[in-house]
Write a protein that binds this ligand. Sequence first.
Ligand SMILES: Cc1cc2nc3c(=O)[nH]c(=O)nc-3n(C[C@H](O)[C@H](O)[C@H](O)COP(=O)(O)O)c2cc1C
Length: 190
Amino acid sequence: MLETIKARRSIHTFKPEEVDTAILKEIFTYGSYAPTHYMKEPWNIKLYQAGGKKRLVDAIIESYQRIGMIKTDGEPKTLKMIDSMRQFLLAIPHHAVIYLEKEEDPVRMEEEYASVCAFIQNSQLAAWEYGVGMLWTITPYIHDPEFLEALGLDGERMKIAGVMQIGYPEKVPRDKGRTPIEEKMEIVGE
Ligand SMILES: Cc1cc2nc3c(=O)[nH]c(=O)nc-3n(C[C@H](O)[C@H](O)[C@H](O)COP(=O)(O)O)c2cc1C
């Protein structure tokens, strides 16, 4: 486990084969042992795979167009760009949208969001032990309420903590290392 913490990498390229749903459930079960204040277990998952990916990818492209990150001019160049984005996203075996219910109290909101982030990292580490790679993505569409609505979520009440791209790694990036912890740490002895 300690080795996994250092060995895990964010994966950007995946093999085409799917991960068995039973394995994904086990991975997210490990995720769910994250600390959770008041035992709220605030994480929720929408898992897109096989034919279901089209719904997510359509929603992503429509959101990018709404936000203005992709043009809606129907020009061949734009259509080509949309098509290559679509093919890129559809080639990723699984996408998991991880979301939580928003809290009105900002302190409670921080607590629940923190817990969901712990859930995500637990899941990434568990996945690594199964040979499964993930990429935690945060993109502008996760803040677009209409994108959430397109996924069947209440855009006002729900917050997306990340969209995880999931599959068996095609390539594992090199370890970029980390800053020595002493540079981030102050020991107050008295
Ligand atoms: C909250 C969060 C959001 C991230 N979003 C993206 C993203 O949108 N695209 C991406 O390529 N990587 C994203 N990453 C992954 C980081 O780029 C990656 O963790 C970092 O480069 C360190 O690499 P490692 O995870 O392989 O150690 C995200 C990571 C976190 C924690």
